[in-house]
Design a protein around this ligand. Structure first.
Ligand SMILES: [Zn+2]
Length: 132
């Protein structure tokens, strides 16, 4: 199996996701899944045990490559970005432009450096009006 992502940060994210699925939950997840599904015999299982094993093996042996020409992963909603205003202490989420957020944007906005200078819109606008 080959997984293609847009950049190094996405590669790290996918690697951690695959590790979570194959190392931490792995076959335990299959047993939990089978136990759960046996409680609902009329439900169509999302994955049967063979399909799960196939994916487990495939993900475990994955290679993740980067192709800068593909689209970056996006959070559709910008409310994943949150911060506490350093001036008035109010907590806000989202960005002024309301646009979708790439994973790189998310990491940048949630970094300590950015969080330390977070401003709510009101305080940001006040700061813009005040001559430096
Ligand atoms: Zn503020």
């Amino acid at each position: 199996m080959k997984i293609i992502v847009q950049n190094e940060k996405e590669k790290d994210l996918i690697k951690r996701f695959v590790d979570l699925l194959t190392e931490y939950y792995g076959l335990d997840a299959l047993e939990i899944h089978d136990d759960e599904m046996s409680k609902y015999p009329d439900e169509i299982p999302r994955l049967n045990a063979d399909e799960y094993k196939l994916l487990y093996e495939e993900f475990r042996d994955r290679s993740i490559t980067i192709d800068e020409n593909i689209e970056e992963m996006l959070f559709e909603n910008d409310d994943v970005i949150t911060g506490t205003c350093k001036v008035c202490g109010i907590q806000t989420c989202g960005r002024v432009n309301g646009e979708s957020v790439t994973y790189s944007d998310y990491l940048h906005s949630m970094s300590k450096e950015q969080q330390d200078k977070w401003l709510c819109l009101t305080c940001y606008e006040k700061q813009q009006e005040t001559p430096a």
